[in-house]
Design a protein around this ligand. Sequence first.
Ligand SMILES: Cc1cc2nc3c(=O)[nH]c(=O)nc-3n(C[C@H](O)[C@H](O)[C@H](O)COP(=O)(O)OP(=O)(O)OC[C@H]3O[C@@H](n4cnc5c(N)ncnc54)[C@H](O)[C@@H]3O)c2cc1C
Length: 301
Amino acid sequence: MDDCIIIGAGPAGLTAAIYLARFHLGIRLFDCGSSRAALIPCTHNHAGYPEGISGNDLLARMLEQAERYGAVREPAEVTALRVIEDGFGVRVGEREYGARTVLLATGVVNNRPDIDDALHAEALQRGLLRYCPICDGYEVTDKRVGVIGTGEHGMREAVFLRGFTADVTLIAPGGAHELDQACQDALDDAGIRRLDGPCGDFRIEGDQLSVGTAKGRQSFDSIYPALGSKIRSGLAVQAGAAAAEDGCLEVDDHQRTSLPGLFAAGDVAKGLDQISHAMGEAGVAATTIRNLLAEQRPIRR
Ligand SMILES: Cc1cc2nc3c(=O)[nH]c(=O)nc-3n(C[C@H](O)[C@H](O)[C@H](O)COP(=O)(O)OP(=O)(O)OC[C@H]3O[C@@H](n4cnc5c(N)ncnc54)[C@H](O)[C@@H]3O)c2cc1C
């Protein structure tokens, strides 16, 4: 039985792997290769990289660091998680692996607008399409920005982006906007334009991304979809862990879920969806896991 199985090798899972391997614990690290960090063309808000670093380069560096201490990333999808005597059963393919503790670091998946995959990839790479105003709002300073969304979530994203540029348009994804009076007032107060949908038929035109709306085709320097995300907490919820209404796992200040021995870190847990936060949570989780295991059986060299 392993000391800990980490599910997910994004910034959270890899940070935990570095810590746990350096604690001389027996770990496994399963990952199905869809880290959100891999979508980052170049992050400029992650401390320590003044020139910025691509998400893939950051992940490769973290994996290299974890491997130095014996961690191995096994490319596989975990399909089930259950409580067994003294720990957890983690299913991968036909096999079930046993672990005394599990760290879930499976992240989230952004809901995308209806846009062709190749076009999506190019627009993302060129910063024409962006998903994280906290991360890269600075890069759209004084640019023409579109936000796809409506309701309170869309309003909040648009108002947040107003801190970077005066030229913000909120486009409803479907038909007409669904905005209550408070949302309309907040948008008016910030000077944010509204356009009804349906929005679609995306095209790259020169250095802009254009989109069809109820008022015809509109072009923007960057478009932010604000369509929410799917939280990849299903394995933990099926095993019995508590989650918030949006699907994020509930954790205490040591990253413990409601199931003893099951921990969560990164975007899958409630908190700020940022690399730095994912890494910090993983450091806390890994140290708590180490201390829990040491209580059960002294860790000695
Ligand atoms: C376009 C974009 C730009 C961003 N820019 C920035 C930025 O500049 N700065 C910043 O701080 N943040 C940025 N973020 C957010 C950042 O990427 C995330 O906060 C970060 O990746 C979260 O790390 P994580 O380890 O929790 O999840 P992830 O990085 O998403 O990793 C989760 C991992 O779990 C694996 N997994 C999931 N389910 C399973 C399973 N069942 N079995 C096995 N493996 C599984 C996935 O394959 C994946 O590798 C950006 C996000 C996007 C989409």
